[in-house]
Write a protein that binds this ligand. Structure first.
Ligand code: KIV
Ligand code: NA
Length: 265
């Protein structure tokens, strides 16, 4: 299998092939999604709310991102692996962003890093790109700024549309390889996608983006609840719960293990 490399993202846009991305936080899901043919795996800082049990992504540290990222990189044979730089690891300077991104690249073997924000982090994007690190941008609802937004709210409405477009152009100008658009009105995402040379990857941003990303637990129906923008392609949470309760029953009633699960002397 030929690995997906950074130039394939732009190539997909120009050839009109939609880019597919899912999050993964461990080698089990990374192996399954890679084998299914997903183009990119995102080791998202959504690790915080989806794996570590936090309310949001804010508490996630760079140290916590490294082991999951290593596991995903080890499991991915074809997919392009992107690792989020977490809150507090890049915002205040290009130097801090560089140190954080270098850690990710050296310690995990990832293909790219992703950071949130537009013009305010254009210098970081430029510095990382110049250093040889592909950078994916993230605009619209950026979860690390949830407290400033006052919740998980749609961004880019009204005057926010021009701001978002300016941010997208700034990221592209600084060298971003692709831009995630999260929770923005579909017509705006379509307009941004048309104006950019680099691909857009949407989540709650309509069908006109050059690709789509979902948090895998939302995609697979792991939780009781999924955001409006996610489609539950399966009910794996229920299937897993049913498997566990069948196991518990079988152990309690003595039907597991059966003779064929054991060893003879
Ligand atoms: O952390 C994450 O899962 C993300 C996606 C929602 C794009 O950043
Ligand atoms: Na993220």
């Amino acid at each position: 299998v030929k690995r997906v490399r950074v130039h394939h993202l732009a190539q997909a846009k120009h050839e009109g092939r939609r880019i597919t991305m899912l999050t993964a936080y461990d080698s089990i899901t990374a192996r399954i999604f890679d084998a299914a043919g997903v183009d990119a795996l995102l080791v998202g800082d959504s690790l915080g709310d989806n794996v570590l049990g936090h309310a949001n992504t804010i508490p996630v540290t760079l140290d916590e991102m490294i082991p999951p990222a290593r596991a995903v990189v080890r499991a991915a044979k074809r997919a392009f692996v992107i690792v989020d730089l977490p809150f507090g690891s890049y915002e205040d300077s290009a130097t801090r962003a560089f140190e954080s991104a270098v850690r990710v690249m050296k310690e995990t073997g990832a293909d790219a890093v992703k950071i949130e924000g537009g013009r305010r982090i254009a210098e970081q994007v430029h510095t990382l790109t110049q250093a040889g690190i592909p950078v994916i941008g993230h605009l619209g609802f950026t979860p690390q700024s949830e407290n400033r937004f006052g919740g998980k709210r749609v961004q880019g409405r009204g005057a926010g549309a021009q701001e978002l477009l300016a941010d997208a152009l700034a990221l592209q100008g600084a060298g971003a390889a692709a831009i995630v658009l999260e929770m923005v009105p579909a017509p705006l995402a379509e307009q941004v996608t048309a104006q950019l040379e680099v691909p857009t990857i949407g989540i709650g941003a309509g069908a006109a983006c050059d690709g789509q990303v979902l948090v895998w637990t939302d995609m697979a129906g792991m939780g009781e609840w999924s955001p409006r923008f996610a489609r539950r392609f399966a009910e794996i949470g229920k299937a897993l719960g049913d498997a566990a309760s069948d196991y518990i029953d079988a152990v309690r009633d003595g039907s597991f293990p059966a003779p064929e699960h054991g060893y003879q002397s």
